[in-house]
Write a protein that binds this ligand. Structure first.
Ligand SMILES: *Cc1c(COP(=O)(O)O)cnc(C)c1O
Length: 362
C-alpha cells in the first residue's frame, strides 16, 4: 500500500487563515499543475466550499474542469495566448484572458470581434520574470490596447514576482515598477480593473502589496520557504507499508554506491517510495540559485559522498534512511523500534513533487 494523503482539516485551516489575512481582498486560488499535485477537482472543491470563488490556471483543460464544476466562479487564464482556438474556447468558458503583448491583444481582439463578443482580460506586466507581459516602459503599447482593441475589456492588471521567497529588495523593486505603471494608467484615465501582484510569499511577507487581489498557490499547502506568522500547516505526506524487515550484519552495505555500511549489526526496513515519487527530491532547481553557487556545488558533492539522513516516521518513531534513497525504494533503520512487515511509514513529500502515488483526501 502506498498513497499520498492530504489532510482535509489542515487544508481548511490554511484556507481560513489565508482568507482572514487577506481581509476584503479577493484571493485567486492558483491551481496550475493539477492543483499543485493534489488534484484540481478535490482541491478546488474544498476551496470553493470554504469561500474561494476565484481560480487562476495556466491550461485550457484546467479552465474547462473548473467551469464545469463552478458555473459562477471567476476563472483567470494567467498565461498569455494568441492561439485562436484556445482564445475561442476560453471565451466560451467566460474566462478572463491574459494580454501579455500587443500581438496577443491583436489575436484576442480578432477572435472576439469575429464572434461579436467582448473578451475580458487582465494585462500582464513583466517586471522581471521575463515570460509574459508588457515591459513597464511600454505604456504606449498598453494604452493602444485600450484605444484600438474595441473587443477587449480590461478587467485587471498584474505582475509576477521572481524572488518573493528570498529577496525582499528585488520584490520591492518589482512592486514599485508595477505600481508606477498602474498609477500612470489610472492617472491618464484608463480603468485598469483589479491590480494584483502577490504570490504566496509576497502575500504573507508584504501586506502593503496586497492591492486589489492576490494569487495564492503554495500557501494553501502550508509550504513556504520561510516560517510564516499565519500558523499555516504543512499538508500532505506519503504513507506506505514496511515491505521487508531484516537484520543485517556488521559490514553490510546498503543502496547504490554502497554509500552506507553498517558499523554494527542492525535491523532495517524497506519502504516502497523513492525519489521518483518525490521523496528526498527538492525544488531547488526551480526556485533557488543555490545550486549555481559554490556552496550549492559543495552541498551536492557532500550529498553524493555522505547521503543526507532523511527521517521517516514508523509507528510514531522517527527513523533515519540508510544510504541513498532509491528510485522507488528506501531503506530505514528500525533497530530500536517495535515494528513488523505491513506497519505504516509516513514520509514527508512536497505535493508538487509527488508522482506515481494515488492522492487520498482524509
Ligand atoms: C504559480 C503562480 C502563482 C502562485 O504562486 P505561489 O508562490 O505558489 O503562491 C501566482 N501567480 C502566477 C503568475 C503564478 O504562475
Amino acid at each position: 500500500m502506498k498513497a499520498y494523503v492530504v489532510e482535509r482539516d489542515a487544508l481548511i485551516h490554511n484556507i481560513h487563515a489565508l482568507r482572514s489575512f487577506a481581509g476584503k481582498v479577493p484571493i485567486w486560488a492558483v491551481l496550475k499543475g493539477n492543483g499543485y499535485g493534489i488534484g484540481i477537482v478535490p482541491f478546488s472543491r474544498i476551496l470553493h466550499e470554504n469561500g474561494i470563488d476565484h481560480f487562476a490556471v495556466t491550461e485550457l483543460k484546467e479552465a474547462e474542469v473548473l467551469r464545469e464544476n463552478y458555473p459562477d466562479a471567476s476563472i483567470l487564464m494567467m498565461r498569455s495566448t494568441s492561439d485562436p482556438e484556445e482564445i475561442s474556447a476560453l471565451l466560451d468558458l467566460g474566462a478572463y484572458l491574459t494580454v501579455g503583448s500587443y500581438e496577443t491583444a491583436v489575436a484576442i481582439n480578432g477572435v472576439a470581434a469575429e464572434r461579436s463578443a467582448i473578451a475580458q482580460a487582465h494585462i500582464a506586466i513583466d517586471t522581471g520574470m521575463g515570460r509574459y507581459g508588457f515591459l513597464p516602459e511600454d505604456t504606449d503599447k498598453i494604452i493602444s490596447v485600450y484605444e484600438y482593441m474595441k473587443n477587449i475589456r480590461v478587467a485587471g492588471i498584474f505582475t509576477h514576482f521572481h524572488s518573493a521567497f528570498s529577496n525582499e529588495k528585488a520584490t520591492k523593486h518589482q512592486f514599485e515598477r508595477f505600481s508606477a505603471v498602474v498609477d500612470k494608467l489610472r492617472a491618464a484615465g484608463y480603468d485598469t480593473g483589479m491590480a494584483h501582484c502577490c504570490n504566496s510569499h509576497a502575500f504573507v511577507r508584504h501586506p502593503e502589496m496586497h492591492m486589489d487581489a492576490v494569487r495564492i498557490g503554495s500557501a494553501f499547502l502550508g509550504r513556504l520557504a520561510f516560517k510564516d506568522k499565519l500558523g499555516l500547516q504543512q499538508i500532505g505526506y506519503a504513507e506506505c507499508t514496511l515491505e521487508e524487515i531484516r537484520w543485517i550484519p556488521k559490514g553490510q552495505t546498503i543502496g547504490y554506491a554502497a554509500a552506507f555500511q553498517a558499523s554494527q549489526q542492525m535491523r532495517t526496513a524497506v519502504i516502497g517510495v523513492g525519489w521518483y515519487n518525490g521523496f528526498a527530491a527538492s525544488r531547488e532547481n526551480d526556485t533557488f540559485r543555490f545550486r549555481d553557487s559554490i556552496g550549492g556545488i559543495l552541498h551536492h558533492l557532500k550529498n553524493l559522498l555522505f547521503p543526507k539522513k532523511i527521517l521517516v516516521t514508523v509507528n510514531g518513531h522517527k527513523c533515519r534512511t540508510l544510504g541513498h534513497v532509491g528510485m522507488v525504494h528506501a531503506v530505514v533503520d528500525v533497530t530500536d523500534i517495535d515494528c513488523a512487515v505491513g506497519d505504516k511509514a509516513v514520509v514527508s513529500i512536497n505535493p508538487l513533487l509527488v508522482k506515481g502515488l494515488r492522492v487520498q483526501y482524509r
